[in-house]
Design a protein around this ligand. Structure first.
Ligand SMILES: Cc1cc2nc3c(=O)[nH]c(=O)nc-3n(C[C@H](O)[C@H](O)[C@H](O)COP(=O)(O)O)c2cc1C
Length: 392
């Protein structure tokens, strides 16, 4: 790491702000040394900073800054593929804005000297309510899926992956495989679905997730303009239009793994998902990449949570860029959030450590948000923590 820092920091003259940062870092380190004799005080105020990577990786202050590094690192068409949504990108914008519009009713004078973000989800013990969405990454960096899986392993999170077969075995052998969930958009025949489910169970998946909101290839205007991928303007091209509730039976005939549905936005579909035996659902609109005009996820969350009534975990993905966003989602009833673009920006900017940095940064931000909101652990989060914009 020291070598990395040296390389990065001698690339050019340091700015005044960077020199100030460096000298305060030195000051901080000498304070740590000086206060070593005052351990009880120091222990009580122990830092929750994530591990240090190179200065280049540590410099961005937040996910937005990491997105900017990603923008400068990959070619413009690839960045548009990551960042963009469908058509006028209304749902994409509203996903993010919905989080910004919800306010936190912080409480004070609560003992928050210990902040615990751990939870259990589908039998897995997690350090934070943060999972990694399925995203198509091999076009972004070579072996993007595998690299992200290694980052998930390093940060002890669950990874959703659509093309793990072929390399996941190597990660098991190297003891670098995360808890992972096989992801699909569906299959045309029951035989294909059955075979897919069986192969993923045999390969070590802990669950299967079906993304249910991508029946047709959407209009991705940015990609069409850039000639990126296989997109065409206003042409009805099927992805999985015939997938219905029976599909879950097809998967069950190939595997006993828990089934998760990603892409639920209404109470009605949430109820059907429970009736059809889903083990969990994710409130998702594909990050505004499928149907422009679909309801923003945070706005859909309360009706889904109400319909589910605690029978299965409810996840949410779409628009999560800050630890405070996670707190808001949990206050509205989510068990955990799934990151999409946030970690893909990290991957495009810095590779594996970029993904790790994003997970750790958001975990850190969540802890700070909980500390400042008077919330020592996830069980203490409830609906009273948030005020929605339409509640005066
Ligand atoms: C580059 C990229 C590729 C994606 N590919 C898939 C995919 O193959 N399958 C899927 O279910 N969702 C896919 N998604 C959607 C994500 O799983 C997730 O729903 C979305 O990114 C969440 O919104 P957010 O990016 O605002 O966090 C992709 C997202 C991105 C950014």
């Amino acid at each position: 790491m020291a070598t990395n820092m040296m390389v990065v920091e001698t690339e050019r003259e340091l700015s005044f702000a960077e020199r100030l940062q460096l000298s305060s870092r030195r000051e901080f380190l000498s304070t740590v040394v000086l206060s070593a004799g005052a351990m009880p005080l120091f222990a009580q105020q122990k830092s929750i900073n994530p591990p240090q990577y190179s200065a280049k990786v540590m410099r961005p202050a937040n996910v937005h800054d990491i997105a900017e590094v990603a923008r400068r690192t990959v070619d413009p068409a690839t960045f548009d593929y990551i960042e963009g949504g469908t058509e006028d990108e209304i749902t994409l914008r509203h996903n993010v804005e919905a989080f910004q519009r919800v306010a936190l009713r912080r409480r004070v004078m609560v003992d928050v000297s210990e902040i615990d973000t751990s939870l259990e989800y589908l039998g897995q013990q997690l350090q934070a309510p943060i999972l990694l969405c399925p995203t198509t990454k091999n076009a972004i960096v070579p072996n993007g899926d595998r690299v992200s899986a290694q980052a998930a392993h390093a940060t002890n999170t669950i990874y959703h992956v659509s093309n793990a077969l072929g390399w996941i075995d190597e990660l098991y052998q190297a003891n670098q495989a995360p808890v992972w969930i096989g992801a699909t958009l569906g299959h045309v025949t029951s035989r294909q679905a059955q075979g897919w489910a069986r192969r993923h169970e045999e390969a070590g998946a802990s669950a299967l997730v079906v993304t249910v909101d991508h029946q047709y290839t959407p209009n991705r205007d940015r990609n069409i303009r850039n000639g990126y991928g296989n997109y065409a303007a206003g042409v009805l091209r099927p992805t999985t239009p015939s997938v219905t509730w029976d599909y879950l039976e097809w998967l069950r005939s190939g595997s006993k793994l828990p089934l998760i549905l990603k892409g639920i936005l209404t109470g009605e579909d949430a109820e059907l998902a429970v009736e059809h035996g889903a083990a969990a659902i994710s409130v998702s609109n594909h990050g505004g990449r499928a149907f422009d005009g679909a309801v923003p996820t945070l706005m859909a969350l309360p009706e889904v949570v109400e319909a589910v009534g605690g029978r299965i975990p409810v996840l949410i993905d779409g628009g999560v860029r800050r630890g405070g966003d996670i707190l808001k989602a949990l206050a509205l009833g989510a068990t955990a959030v799934m990151l999409g673009r946030a970690y893909v920006y990290g991957l495009a900017a810095f590779g594996q450590v970029g993904v790790q940095r994003v997970v750790e940064m958001l975990t850190g931000e969540l802890k700070v948000a909980m500390g400042l909101a008077g919330i020592p652990n996830l069980a203490a989060i409830d609906r009273s923590l948030v005020r929605l914009p339409w509640e005066r």
